[in-house]
Design a protein around this ligand. Structure first.
Ligand SMILES: Nc1ncnc2c1ncn2[C@@H]1O[C@H](COP(=O)(O)OP(=O)(O)OP(=O)(O)O)[C@@H](O)[C@H]1O
Length: 318
């Protein structure tokens, strides 16, 4: 083969590969992250599988989250963005679940360019700057949704957010088709909060005291009580918020307090993820070291599964 024709052949192949890449977005998206990347059925399957395998003791969460996300993604005519509000005791899996949702939609999960996380105490620390934060929040959400309609926004520590701030995002959560030429209808908003945890615990404890199974707790046992208690709680971040007033939160997702057996499951996972063989004695000791409430019955872990990893360091990494 003449060098010149070989060169032409290579150039031709490269050009057709390039057009191939451009005309096959899937291939392009294989190498570079794309907005709206995965098909909704794949997202729903990945989400279900991941929650079933990795999330312990939260039957209501799995049910609501999978249904909500699947329904929303498969509805091409969604009238508003999806807004989920996750509530519960510390260490029960709220951040964990938002990470799993993000990973099911974008392979890079929380590291994705289309997933944005806010932590109230970090990003909005000063009460006197609330108006500035409102402006920043709006332009930041507008900018990101303009780049990618299927953006995911996670607001952590809602209960520490200054009252009224979250109302700045109300227009984006509402039923508008377009706002200044931008549609927010494909975006996903996830709010995380400890507000309502007492109410959730009260219901769970009632079930326990009446000898009923935890898994028999229904969403209806929780949802109304939860939305009212969050709305009326000055420290919920949603205090008298128009988001609740106007029914712009689609689902209140209750995280039940975790029991001793769930803590043990977390310890097991943590030991395995470090590549050690599970030593049942250590596993039990770590779970025993956690504190449990109420004081008399000692059923629920004070810190959920938080601090399990730190406790394990004592046994394994010294
Ligand atoms: N229900 C659960 N199933 C499996 N692992 C869990 C569960 N809850 C918590 N964990 C583990 O504990 C870690 C800490 O939990 P996570 O940060 O999700 O708690 P949280 O509910 O967001 O707490 P906080 O309200 O304090 O922010 C998680 O990364 C996960 O490893």
């Amino acid at each position: 083969v003449e060098p010149i024709s070989l060169g032409l052949a290579i150039a031709g192949a490269a050009a057709s590969a390039l057009t191939g890449i451009i005309s096959y977005p899937r291939l392009y998206c294989y190498f570079r992250e794309c907005c709206l990347q995965r098909h909704e059925q794949r997202v729903a399957a990945a989400l279900q599988e991941s929650l079933d395998r990795r999330l312990f003791g939260q039957h209501l969460v799995s049910k609501v989250v999978v249904r909500a996300v699947r329904g929303f993604l498969s509805n091409a005519q969604a009238k508003k963005p999806l807004a989920l509000s996750l509530h519960g005791w510390t260490g029960t899996g709220k951040n964990f679940v938002s990470k799993i949702i993000a990973e099911s939609i974008y392979k890079r999960g929380l590291k994705s360019n289309y997933v944005h996380q806010f932590v109230a105490t970090l990003h909005f620390p000063h009460a006197h700057s609330i108006n500035l934060y409102k402006d920043q929040l709006q332009s930041w959400i507008r900018g990101n949704v303009s780049i990618c309609p299927r953006s995911i926004f996670i607001f952590d520590e809602m209960d520490k957010m200054h009252a009224g701030l979250i109302d700045a995002i109300k227009p984006f959560l509402d039923y508008y088709e377009l706002l200044d030429g931008v549609s927010y209808r494909q975006a996903i908003f996830i709010f995380l909060s400890n507000a309502g945890a007492e109410k959730i615990t009260e219901v769970a404890l009632d079930f326990w005291r009446n000898g009923k199974e935890r898994e028999d707790i229904q969403l209806t046992d929780m949802q109304n009580a939860l939305s009212v208690s969050v709305f009326n709680n000055r420290n919920s971040g949603f205090w008298h918020s128009t988001l609740i007033d106007r029914n712009l939160i689609d689902y209140f997702v209750p995280f039940l307090p975790l029991e001793y057996k769930h803590v043990k499951m977390c310890v097991r996972v943590e030991i395995e993820s470090r590549g050690y063989a599970v030593d049942e004695d250590i596993l039990t000791r770590v779970a025993d070291e956690m504190t449990y409430f109420p004081r008399e019955e000692r059923i629920y872990s004070d810190k959920g599964c938080k601090t399990v990893d730190a406790k394990l360091d004592y046994y394994y990494d010294l």
